[in-house]
Design a protein around this ligand. Structure first.
Ligand SMILES: C[S@@+](CC[C@H](N)C(=O)[O-])C[C@H]1O[C@@H](n2cnc3c(N)ncnc32)[C@H](O)[C@@H]1O
Length: 376
């Protein structure tokens, strides 16, 4: 059964998918079960906000991204002050869909589940950092620091607040701090334009452009599964991250916002229906029809994330029903979209290209009754 991914997770990595940071309430308890927020996943803010450039963080200077997308030399983004958001990241030049925007090692990581106090654990990790790295950490933004406390007198508590605001998942059972990536602000649904993924083999976080981005546009990821109505998204973001979301999608006039909400709810509902193929409640033809419907509604919404996984799920269904041409078409579609989100130099993409070439090599091949399920 293919995994039907929701955002906020591993791919972006996993969804990155679905990236997570922590909850301040639980994180202070000594028997820590880190409650992670999803931090991760577009406003053309440069045109409407005044900003002051503060630094150029990186200059990848590569001609070919790992996924084969041609790119220009030169700094790819700047971290700047953005009114109402603290700092944020603006494209320093046009960025192409699928381009590698950033790869980064963590300052430090901690296990997702801890037995001791998270605050103590973070303090220990900080002690092992160089002064430069420590400074990078303490420069990060934070919310949920008690107003009645003086941060200079409660450094461990401050470090915890910074961690909670900025940590993202670094693999299945680990969360970490990535100081450049941490400057990415949030956008919902069609508003986010970069996605991040964790690579175990390289022990690094990779950020790819999900869409073409114009010079001066803000790079936005997503902190949560945004396939839910505006009111719910805003409530979550206010509670966990301390801001009222005014991204391009949240700022839509009421009529258009309701239409977007309906689309997002419908996508979530179709994902649930598709998942019932796993328990054989629906057949392969119906399952693929759900995927096509999801794809169509996502086109209307402008929601492009998780498409690699969606097409890979379709390839799985097609392969299990031994449909050669459908397996080939869906596998190649999945490879294309995974290339944008996580890069061509990943095992997922290589495996899908192989399945496109030789559908019978797919792991799921022939595990269900033969059926023509049809391609994209
Ligand atoms: C991981 S940090 C992102 C970078 C941060 N803006 C900074 O100055 O370093 C998360 C915090 O950024 C702010 N933020 C993120 N997305 C935002 C948005 N769409 N609108 C307003 N503030 C946002 C919130 O304060 C949130 O708690």
């Amino acid at each position: 059964m293919p995994s039907v991914q929701r955002r906020g997770g591993g791919k972006n990595g996993g969804k990155a998918k679905n990236l997570k940071s922590q909850n301040s309430k639980n994180s202070t308890s000594s028997k820590g079960h880190w409650k992670l927020f999803v931090f991760g996943l577009l406003a053309a803010l440069a045109s409407i906000v005044y900003y002051r450039q503060t630094s150029i963080l990186t200059s990848l200077k590569v001609r070919k991204a790992g996924n084969g997308v041609d790119i220009q030399d030169g700094p790819i983004f700047n971290v700047v002050d953005i009114p109402g958001k603290g700092k944020g990241v603006l494209a320093a030049r046009d960025i192409k869909q699928g381009e590698l925007v950033l790869r980064e090692k963590s300052l430090f990581t901690v296990p997702l589940h801890v037995q001791s106090s998270p605050a103590v654990l973070i303090a220990e990790r900080l002690q092992n950092l160089s002064p430069v790295k420590k400074e990078a950490f303490f420069n990060l933004s934070y919310v949920h620091f008690p107003e009645d406390l003086d941060p200079t007198e409660h450094v461990d508590r401050l470090a915890l607040a910074i961690f909670e605001t900025n940590a993202v998942s670094a693999g299945k059972d680990t969360v970490g701090i990535f100081p450049n990536m941490a400057r990415l602000n949030h956008g919902c649904s069609s508003a986010f334009n970069v996605v991040y993924s964790w690579r175990n083999e390289q022990e690094g976080l990779f950020v790819h452009a999900l869409k073409d981005v114009k010079k001066g546009q803000e790079l936005l990821t997503t902190y949560t599964d945004t396939k839910r109505p505006r009111q719910e998204r805003r409530a979550y973001l206010t509670q966990q991250y301390g801001f009222h979301c005014t991204c391009d999608v949240c700022s839509l006039p009421d009529g258009l916002s309701k239409a977007s909400d309906r689309r997002l709810s419908e996508i979530s509902s179709l994902y649930r229906k598709f998942a019932t193929w796993g328990s054989k409640d629906i057949d392969g033809i119906e399952a693929i029809n759900y995927i096509r419907k999801i794809w169509g509604i996502e086109d209307e919404e402008g929601y492009w994330s998780e498409r690699g996984q969606l097409a890979a799920d379709a390839a799985w269904v097609a392969a299990s029903h031994s449909d050669v041409s459908a397996t080939r078409a869906w596998a190649l579609k999945a490879a294309k979209w995974f290339t944008y989100e996580i890069g061509a130099d990943t095992p997922q993409v290589q495996t899908l290209i192989m399945a496109g070439d030789r559908p019978q090599s797919h792991n799921a091949w022939g595990t269900r009754d033969k059926l023509e399920v049809s391609g994209p």
